[in-house]
Design a protein around this ligand. Structure first.
Ligand code: ADP
Ligand code: MG
Length: 322
């Protein structure tokens, strides 16, 4: 029988990274030493079984996704990831689950060279809460409130395949097994756009940014509200995921504009930054698409490829109304 402390030692405590944290797992607190003159960026995201993932979800994928969604918030601020804490409620200390979960978690942590510095472990309904710590230069953060009139609107990567996979699992959309499997990679193993976010902030070429977790239209709405601006979005310019791109126009429009679980970046930047943005994105092999512009008139206007207004009944995801 695994005790709480054996479990932490065996699955979560690893040889210390030489430079990250000044003190990691094992004491009452971890200690971080920020780079001279740097600001610390902090964000938490919680994943609850039955709410954010299906009961019985593969442990490796859960480990990956619970860290990925947190790193996506650092990316959207333009911060460099440094470390994270893990608060875990587990129904039982099962070795096979812990082994898969910790591998998924640390494979992604190692890819971004960040360290698990502490946490909490308790028995309870499966709940994973991660807090990430990052750093960035003062005044370089990509704030939601920083969009300016006439900015271009940009999207990284592609949208909608995660939502298409969810619809496939729920039998809302007919998907053959191979398509479902391909789309589901986007749902289970999102890749946070950390390098792109860091470059946009460090080079000060973008104004506002947000990561798309609840659907583009809803998340973009936060930028518009906090910046006191509106926007026009060319729905047909939205880059669809490889599987969604093969589907009918109505589905493609709905799931790119308001899918959810995309973990791409939506950011605004002046037209004068276009070539710098394309160069930065190319340098980290991240595709970016220009999909609209920021307007002085409040509200979000959707249009099609010809510029004609589109009336889509779309909604962002909200945990208390969905
Ligand atoms: P305390 O009783 O002071 O809260 P704990 O006994 O909960 O401390 O934890 C002991 C050490 O193990 C602490 O350094 C804590 O940060 C770390 N820890 C506990 N759970 C986890 C976890 N799931 N992942 C990483 N570190 C953990
Ligand atoms: Mg504790």
């Amino acid at each position: 029988m695994l005790s709480e402390f054996d479990l932490i030692k065996e699955y979560f405590q690893r040889p210390r990274h030489p430079v990250r944290a000044s003190l990691g797992i094992g004491d009452d607190c971890a200690l971080l030493t920020p780079g001279a003159g740097m600001q610390t960026a902090i964000s938490s995201d919680m994943l609850v079984e039955g709410r954010h993932f299906f009961a019985g979800e593969d442990a490796y994928r859960l480990g990956h996704k619970s860290l990925a969604v947190n790193l996506s918030d650092l990316a959207a601020m333009g911060a460099r990831p440094v470390g994270f804490t893990l608060a875990l409620a587990l129904p039982a200390a099962e070795r096979s689950w812990l082994d898969g979960f910790s591998r998924g978690l640390f494979d992604l942590a190692d890819a971004f060279n960040i360290e698990l510095i502490g946490g909490d472990t308790t028995k309870g309904p499966l709940t994973i809460c991660i807090t990430v710590f990052g750093e960035l230069a003062p005044d370089s953060a990509l704030r939601r409130s920083a969009a300016q009139v006439d900015d271009d609107l940009w999207i990284s990567g592609t949208l909608g395949d995660a939502r298409l996979a969810l619809a496939g699992y729920r039998h809302e959309v007919a998907l053959d097994a191979a398509s479902l499997q391909a789309a589901a990679v986007r749902m289970h193993l999102p890749v946070p756009r950390v390098e792109l976010g860091m470059l946009l902030a460090q080079q000060r070429i973008a104004h506002a940014a947000i990561d798309i977790s609840d659907g583009l239209v809803g998340d973009l709405g936060h930028i518009l509200a906090q910046s006191g601006v509106g926007a026009t979005l060319d729905v047909d310019a939205l880059p669809a995921g490889a599987v969604l791109a093969t589907r009918e126009t109505a589905l493609r429009r709905a799931y790119t504009a308001a899918g959810g679980d995309d973990y791409e970046l939506c950011f605004t930047a002046p037209a004068s930054a276009r070539s710098a943005i394309l160069a930065a994105a190319a340098s980290v092999a991240t595709p970016v698409s220009r999909v609209g512009r920021i307007d002085a008139a409040s509200g979000l206007r959707l249009c099609d490829a010809s510029g004609a207004p589109l009336d889509l009944a779309l909604q962002g995801f909200d945990h208390f109304t969905s």
